[in-house]
Design a protein around this ligand. Structure first.
Ligand SMILES: *[C@@H]1O[C@H](CO)[C@@H](O)[C@H](O)[C@H]1NC(C)=O
Ligand SMILES: *[C@@H]1O[C@H](CO)[C@@H](O)[C@H](O)[C@H]1NC(C)=O
Ligand SMILES: *[C@@H]1O[C@H](CO)[C@@H](O)[C@H](O)[C@H]1NC(C)=O
Ligand SMILES: *[C@@H]1O[C@H](CO)[C@@H](O)[C@H](O)[C@H]1NC(C)=O
Ligand SMILES: *[C@@H]1O[C@H](CO)[C@@H](O)[C@H](O)[C@H]1NC(C)=O
Ligand SMILES: *[C@@H]1O[C@H](CO)[C@@H](O)[C@H](O)[C@H]1NC(C)=O
Ligand SMILES: *[C@@H]1O[C@H](CO)[C@@H](O)[C@H](O)[C@H]1NC(C)=O
Length: 485
């Protein structure tokens, strides 16, 4: 994941593509509103005369118009919460960022360069970190159980980050994969097995298209992508290998920005993924398939790291976010650097109200441990979702996303809109819900509290009296269920 880089690239893309005004979409003009699409059936949004079928399945053509018309499999929107896992050779130095190698090579006595100069022998290379990626305490079943208890419904593991090292024994990454150097294990395959055997979570993969210092990539780059040596010899074969071997339910692409989607043969790959791959009916993809695709083409949109627009979006999207400042593990992180449970839950509530999913990142250590503070955050999330999950899972955005009178109140509704959920980020003994019309209300209660609540019509909307704080289960944000008449 890019830090500043991705922000700059996103800004540049935004300027080029002219979606600087992205947050001000007119809701009346929503043409791809996921609420209007029957997500239970893979019915193409292409005009009938343009649809081709084989054996009753729609066939997608390798162009964005056709690929973009594929509806997102419904499981993804219903799942809402996923776990992102950034793990690789960068977890060995574990200083500053998973971009460690790249930052080091930029020089100027930055933190990464100084860490190597001060702690390793002269002429130390990044490759020499790899034997230390030992994962001796890696217990994929323990990870799977932790993720299940966190309330997440899917995981996305970095199969390969920009360093090029693969967490699976790839035939196309000789001597730079987890079986050849480091743990001598198929780290990816072992997690896939544990997730599938012991949880109901979906297993997904992150994959970086580009590799900073791969000589073939550097040549294609120098040739301004008039040559395709890297993508033909390395990327395309490993994409097919990855999908055919591990059958991921999410394909989370990244590292796309320097080259156009044409160079990556992304449209051909996606047509294969949607038409004939072993996961063709269930796989979900993102929007990072070339410099021309972010927030525009593919499956759901990610738009930027930590994307949280605060207003309803016209296309299904995901907020991928970190608990620490970095995606990769940082040995020298302090507790103040970690997101509080309050902030984590607020981020989830805001994102889901606006039609988003949330992908919460963990960065395991080189030994294979998810640090106790990261475990604690995930378990706190699970505790909150255990009480308030009815307002999150399988919910859909309501008419209003946040309240018109009281700040920090966010809404969702169930699929047939018989209930509206108002999640209060802040506690107060009495709350005015300006967006809720009195005539539509039959009863109000709180998730994780006994009985019905007192409510009355207000000048605008309704007033609700909350129970005593020591009589409610939820610790961080509180969900009012408004039963409609
Ligand atoms: C269509 O079905 C037939 C018979 O089951 C099968 O042999 C063929 O491979 C299928 N075609 C595609 C494109 O899935
Ligand atoms: C480091 O590499 C340089 C250039 O290859 C070489 O001249 C030098 O002797 C090396 N230093 C050590 C301590 O190996
Ligand atoms: C699988 O998960 C259950 C709880 O969901 C747990 O009791 C069991 O020990 C787990 N199995 C393994 C092999 O970890
Ligand atoms: C690189 O290719 C792009 C797209 O074909 C073109 O617009 C640009 O001028 C080229 N740049 C150079 C330095 O050749
Ligand atoms: C919430 O709603 C009000 C109007 O009802 C709006 O002005 C405000 O910007 C919204 N967003 C947030 C993040 O509070
Ligand atoms: C609304 O959906 C719920 C399940 O989500 C179902 O129990 C209820 O009967 C539905 N109500 C109406 C009016 O369709
Ligand atoms: C609600 O609490 C958050 C901190 O959790 C704070 O940033 C925000 O200002 C509070 N909102 C109101 C309306 O008090």
């Amino acid at each position: 994941m890019g830090l500043l880089q991705i922000v700059l690239i996103s800004l540049a893309t935004a300027m080029v593509a002219g979606w600087g005004n992205f947050q001000s979409y007119n809701l009346e003009e929503r043409d791809l509103d996921f609420r209007d699409v029957d997500l239970n059936k893979l019915v193409s949004k292409l005009p009938l005369e343009q649809q081709k079928t084989v054996n009753g399945s729609i066939l997608y053509d390798p162009n964005w118009e056709s690929l973009d018309a594929r509806p997102l499999p419904s499981w993804y929107d219903e799942a809402k919460i996923g776990i992102f896992i950034h793990w690789g050779v960068f977890s060995v130095p574990a200083v500053r960022t998973e971009w460690f190698w790249n930052v080091w090579k930029r020089g100027n006595s930055n933190e990464c360069e100084m860490y190597v100069l001060n702690n390793f022998k002269p002429n130390f290379t990044y490759q020499e970190f790899a034997p230390d990626f030992t994962a001796e305490f890696y217990d994929p079943f323990a990870w799977a159980n932790l993720f299940a208890r966190s309330g997440a419904k899917y995981v996305v593991l970095t199969s390969k980050h920009h360093e090029g090292y693969t967490l699976w024994p790839s035939r196309y990454s000789w001597s730079w994969n987890s079986m050849d150097v480091g743990s001598k294990r198929d780290l990816l395959g072992d997690l896939a097995t544990a997730i599938r055997e012991n949880t109901t979570l979906k297993f997904g993969l992150y994959h970086s298209l580009y590799e900073w210092y791969n000589p073939q990539w550097m040549r294609d780059f120098a040739n301004n992508f008039t040559t395709t040596e890297f993508v033909d010899n390395k990327i395309t074969p490993s994409l097919y290998e990855l999908v055919n071997t591990y059958e991921p339910e999410i394909f989370w692409s990244d590292g796309e920005w320097d080259a156009p989607s044409e160079y990556w043969h992304a449209q051909e790959f996606l047509a294969w993924l949607y038409n004939t791959s072993p996961v063709k009916d269930t796989v979900v993809t993102n929007d990072r398939w070339g410099g021309d695709t972010l927030c525009k083409h593919g499956g759901y949109y990610t738009c930027a790291d930590r994307y949280n627009p605060g207003v309803l979006q016209p296309h299904k999207w995901e907020n991928c976010m970190t608990l620490d400042k970095s995606w990769g593990y940082r040995k020298n992180a302090n507790i103040e650097d970690y997101m509080t449970p309050e902030k984590l839950i607020q981020t989830i509530v805001e994102s889901v109200s606006c039609g988003g999913n949330v992908l919460v990142n963990v960065g395991p250590t080189k030994e294979g441990i998810i640090s106790p503070v990261q475990q604690e955050r995930l378990l706190q999330m699970g505790e909150w979702l255990g009480i308030n999950g009815e307002a999150i899972y399988e919910s859909v955005p309501w008419l209003y996303q946040n309240d018109t009178v009281t700040p920090d109140v966010w809404y969702t509704t169930n699929k047939n809109e018989t209930k509206v959920y108002a999640v209060l980020i802040n506690w107060s003994q009495e709350v005015n819900l300006g967006a809720v019309e009195m005539q539509t209300v039959s009863a109000v209660r709180m998730l994780g509290a006994e009985g019905m609540l007192l409510w009355s019509g207000a000048e605008v909307g309704i007033n609700v009296i909350l129970p005593a704080l020591d009589k409610v289960d939820s610790k961080w944000a509180w969900t009012l269920v408004i039963e409609k008449v």
